[in-house]
Design a protein around this ligand. Sequence first.
Ligand code: HEC
Length: 109
Amino acid sequence: MRTCSAALVLVILPASLSAQVRDLRAFYRERCATCHGADGSGRGLNGARLGGRNLADGRWLARQEEDALVASILKGRGAMPGFARQLTEGEARRLVVETLAPQAGRKKP
Ligand code: HEC
């Protein structure tokens, strides 16, 4: 019986670990898309009103420092609130690298 439950733990553990990697695309849709648009273009529900900038502009994005964008997401910038309570620094970085950059069609160096 003991070996049986040990085997069960080995099966369940990897599944629960992968569930902890947060789906940041969903987070983006829920928390960022209202201002930045589903595609990052700034054409969100409130995009025009708040003047959320075009994050899908690959030429603009390519000129930005990743650290500065991460800091803006965590601390807020202009009309954008900070998300330090909802996101870790690593998650904010993943949002830039895995969600914003692909939207802008930015090639990885
Ligand atoms: C309330 C509307 C609003 C929400 C919600 C919002 N933003 Fe923004 N965001 C803005 C505005 C407005 C700017 C332009 C700020 C400026 O440069 O004055 C901006 C700028 C940015 C920038 C560029 C920062 C820079 O340093 O130039 C990034 C990256 C960004 N937002 C990502 C996000 C992400 C990721 C989320 C969700 C976690 C998010 N934003 C949620 C309104 C918003």
